[in-house]
Design a protein. Structure first.
Length: 115
């Protein structure tokens, strides 16, 4: 069982930056692919970025070059650095751990970007 707790969300002006953290407990996440998703009101949850156990990353096209996902296995934590934020990035951001048995989700952290 993996418990994920996101933090770092908040209100920021357009063009600003935020760094989200996803702290895991209950199991080491070092072998898991970790991902960040987001969901805005009335929209489907969408993949923002993922990072596998080897450190390879993939990004949603609209965040490529602005967001960076990283992991610190010694801290059992995954990060999402978000720069040049726009109002379109407003959403609840969720952390996900992909294991061989089942996925694990955090409760989410709200990111609001004002214009």
């Amino acid at each position: 069982q993996v418990r994920l707790v996101e933090s770092g969300g908040g209100l920021v002006q357009s063009g600003g930056s935020l760094r989200l953290s996803c702290a895991a407990s209950g199991s080491s996440i070092s072998i898991y692919t970790m991902a960040w998703y987001r969901q805005d009101i009335g929209k489907e949850r969408e993949l923002v970025a993922w990072i596998n156990s080897g450190g390879s990353t993939v990004y949603k096209d609209s965040v490529q070059g602005r967001f960076a996902i990283s992991r610190d296995n010694s801290k059992n934590t995954v990060y999402l650095q978000m720069n040049s934020l726009t109002p379109e990035d407003t959403a609840v951001y969720y952390c996900k751990a992909v294991s061989s048995s089942r996925p694990f989700w955090g409760q989410g952290t709200q990111v609001t970007v004002s214009s």
